[in-house]
Design a protein. Structure first.
Length: 338
């Protein structure tokens, strides 16, 4: 979503590979059979994470479900140590980072993008692959942020004050490494998602008066609409789908999935507490729920004193996020079979 504000990375180096015995399955499953679908058994398990870590989270998963990226905090006697975590299957690499560094998205080649901060305090995005982290090129601005990457390696995001007083949609094209370009997009635009064929979705307009849009691979821009909406946002895209939110009648918030082929829309289950990501099959996650079609189900692992949150979903259906026990112990988790 799932798919904000970002920052400059320290010239950190990998501190090695760490596969721990903490990746035991949490004993929680949920079985459900939506109309017209076979019974699914949804299971949650804990991802391995570094020893001595106080809080760890999984922020993004690639379309195949193999690669995951997240963050962690290790509390020291004098200073806290912030980490970026990169999983390849069950093997995890930790990389020392700044507190502001956050992974945003991963493609099927394992390229991770994220946001951090420059010495000036302004947003500075970065890219990670095969143990190497590098800053992405930026334009003069008061902050540059990335939102999504597709399997071709094209990255989209936005910047503030590149045009004075406005937000501007940006693209880092894989075909021209080391470059960033301003997209032809509506005024005050933020690019929120990009599909594998280069279709880009986003939102535009002044704060509180947003409109959703889609930019086709040929450069044509269309509105993503919803009947009666006073404003709308589009925050993530995959395959032929985009997800977002619409504000209706000044009082009601609707969660929406658009079909990018024709702009048609589906009203999602309003019990979804949030929308964070969608996969190429149109399956949506957010909060403690996963939605197929117009129905949703609660993900296992939560309960009294325990909060779970889904952040990202692969095309294979693997979901990653966090499990927070008694608002004290945050661990990275993965759901399968949901």
């Amino acid at each position: 979503m799932n798919r904000s504000t970002r920052r400059r990375m320290l010239a950190a180096t990998a501190t090695g590979l760490l596969a721990t015995s903490l990746g035991v399955a949490v004993s929680a499953t949920a079985t459900a059979a939506p109309s017209g679908a076979s019974t699914r058994t949804c299971k949650i398990s804990t991802l391995p994470y570094p020893t001595g870590t106080y809080r760890a989270d999984a922020n993004a998963v690639d379309p195949t479900g193999r690669y995951v990226a997240g963050t962690a905090l290790r509390v020291g006697e004098t200073d806290n140590q912030y980490l970026l975590l990169f999983w390849d299957g069950r093997r995890v690499t930790e990389l020392e980072s700044k507190s502001t560094d956050t992974p945003v998205d991963i493609n099927a080649d394992g390229v991770v993008i994220g946001n951090g901060s420059a010495e000036s305090g302004y947003g500075q995005p970065w890219k990670y692959r095969d143990g190497k982290l590098e800053q992405l090129p930026v334009l003069p601005s008061t902050g540059i942020f990335v939102s999504a990457i597709n399997d071709a390696g094209d990255i989209v995001g936005y910047g503030s004050d590149i045009v004075p007083g406005e937000l501007v949609a940006l693209r880092w094209p894989a075909a021209r490494p080391g470059t960033v370009e301003v997209l032809d997009a509506p005024v005050d635009a933020q690019a929120g998602g990009i599909t594998d064929n280069g279709t880009i979705v986003g939102s535009a307009g002044p704060f509180g008066d947003w409109n959703s849009w889609v930019r086709r691979p040929n450069g044509r821009i269309d509105a993503l609409t919803f009947p009666g909406a006073e404003w709308s946002t589009a925050g993530a895209a995959a395959g032929r789908w985009a997800i977002g939110q619409a504000w209706l009648n000044g009082t009601t918030s609707a969660r929406v999935r658009w079909d990018l082929r024709n702009g048609s829309h589906t009203l999602l289950d309003q019990e979804m507490p949030a929308l964070t990501d969608v996969n190429a099959k149109g399956v949506v996650v957010g909060g403690d729920r996963v939605a197929r079609g117009s129905t949703s189900r609660v993900l296992p692992g939560g309960g009294k004193g325990v909060v779970v949150g889904a952040r990202s979903i692969s095309d294979s259906g693997t979901i990653v996020g966090f499990r927070n026990v008694l608002a004290d112990r945050l661990t990275p988790v993965r759901w399968t079979g949901c």
